[in-house]
Ligand binder design. Sequence first.
Ligand code: PBG
Length: 325
Amino acid sequence: MSFPDVRLRRLRQSPAVRGLVRETSLEPRNLVLPLFVREGISEAVPIGSMPGVAQHSLDSLRAAAVDAADAGVGGVMLFGVPAVRDAQGSGADDPKGILNVATEVLAAEVGDALVVQTDLCLDEFTDHGHCGVLAADGSVDNDATLVRYASMALAQARAGSQLLGLSGMMDGQVAVIRAALDAEGFTGTLLLAYAAKYASAFYGPFREAVDSQLKGDRRTYQLDPGNRREGVREAVVDEQEGADIVMVKPAMAFLDVLREVRDTVDIPVWAYQVSGEYAMIEAAAANGWIDRRASILESLLSIRRAGADAVLTYWATDAARWLRG
Ligand code: PBG
């Protein structure tokens, strides 16, 4: 038997050797749990397409956040589901709006244990379901939306959010929101820019989760899934505008974009393992076709390997518990 004596298997001979040479780690502190809070309910309502995930009441929300904190999760990202919607998304910047009320509750309850974060976008609050307000011709009005986002940012910061997740994909949103926050003294509020957010089919279950009113699609503001360079460019612009962290979303179908963004910007990069990614693994596991826990941990490790410093995942609490043993 003769071949060039390069024996790569030496590095894989035992768990201890493999442990010493593993390049990527996954820890509870790298995980962020997205949570849905719905106005006007007294008990959690399960989401059919996301088994194990629910729309929370204020009480069940508090319990889920405490659970996440106990498991060592690094943060929670809050989404609000209002009872009433309108064209401007008035519930979004109303201090009595469900998202802002829930933020106050969580900031008081777990604000010292993890980073309380809020989604900053109008789609859950508008009766047409778009991420911005509409112009007379029905198109999404970028600059008019920025005025609404600035107001929403202040409402969230006042409610105690430590980090705002800018998920609306409007041009200039990072710069405008940073200026609005700084002008009111909120210089410490972190901005996470959903820089490379693609118009993806994998958001399907999320739309049920937030009772989305959208008809049509978001292709005039979210990225075309075929475009990698454009995704990197979005991240570069967001970094220049003052984002503290940039995001790539979805995660698993866009790992090449994630790697390139990581290699291009200097700030932290996060990824969002979205609802469709969750649903696929849960459905296959429920059928006995894949090992649930192993698949979940492998998917998260792979997102870290591709370059994510932290991952938003609906499995954050479960995964954190498994990682802690
Ligand atoms: C929109 C928003 C979306 C998600 C988070 N924020 C989807 C959309 O564009 O409709 C998707 C998250 C997921 O699928 O888990 N503000």
